[in-house]
Write a protein that binds this ligand. Structure first.
Ligand code: MD6
Ligand code: FE
Length: 208
């Protein structure tokens, strides 16, 4: 039994969608991956200011950001390695919750230490904005904020806990959102604490 809560039209929240065993499997895969390839440090276009989160990707395309801008590419920006394929549980959550949409092409992994955050932004680097983004949270609880397509519009907040899944699409696909803070010590999943968020996306135009 999975509980589904509509936050607003297009945004659906599934608390503890991944049980502890699955969370541990995904965690172990990510930690071995990070150990092999290393996280990359994204920076803001133009200024080159580092983000407070570190990143990696799974899948044929990965989201990267550096001085030349935001884009999707098949390789790690710091060492040229090809991204690993999607973990089984990530492919499964897409088939279950995004049934009928073309397969995902990218899975961005964000790692937050206790003081990291993510400013309000829109996800608009994908060609096909009709396909929802699916987000999975692991580790410490985070305060997620979601607004409207107007950066200054009203916002609502939601605490995302380890194992929680969010489907973000429909009329909300271009709504501004971000992570205001992490609550340190709220989960035992990650050996060094902090939070990992994975977002699965369709990047190129779906056929038909
Ligand atoms: C995070 N999430 O939870 C950041 N983007 O760490 C996102 O930026 C996000 O949760 C698009 C759709 C769902 C998300
Ligand atoms: Fe986002």
């Amino acid at each position: 039994m999975v509980e589904e809560i509509m936050i607003k039209p297009g945004v659906f929240y599934y608390p503890e969608y991944f049980n502890r065993t699955i969370q541990e499997e995904v965690r172990d895969e990510i930690l071995s991956y990070a150990n092999e390839l290393g996280w990359f440090q994204p920076t803001l276009p133009r200024w080159g200011t580092p983000f407070s989160v570190k990143m990696l990707n799974y899948g044929p395309l990965g989201w990267v950001s550096d001085k030349s801008g935001y884009r999707y590419q098949p390789t790690h920006p710091e060492n040229g390695a090809v991204w690993r394929p999607f973990p089984l549980h990530m492919s499964r959550v897409w088939s279950s919750l995004n049934d009928g949409f073309d397969s995902p092409e990218a899975c961005l992994i964000n790692y937050y230490h206790a003081n990291a955050r993510m400013g309000l932004h829109q996800d608009r680097d994908e060609q096909d904005l009709s396909v929802p983004v699916i987000s999975v949270s692991l580790g410490d609880t985070a305060l997620f904020r979601i607004g409207t397509t107007d950066r200054k519009g009203p916002t609502q907040s939601l605490k995302l806990k380890s194992g929680d899944v969010l489907v973000f699409g429909g009329p909300a696909r271009l709504d501004f959102h971000g992570i205001d803070r992490i609550y340190p010590g709220t989960s035992t999943l990650l050996p060094e604490g902090g939070r990992i968020n994975l977002t699965l996306r369709r990047v190129t135009q779906s056929a038909g």
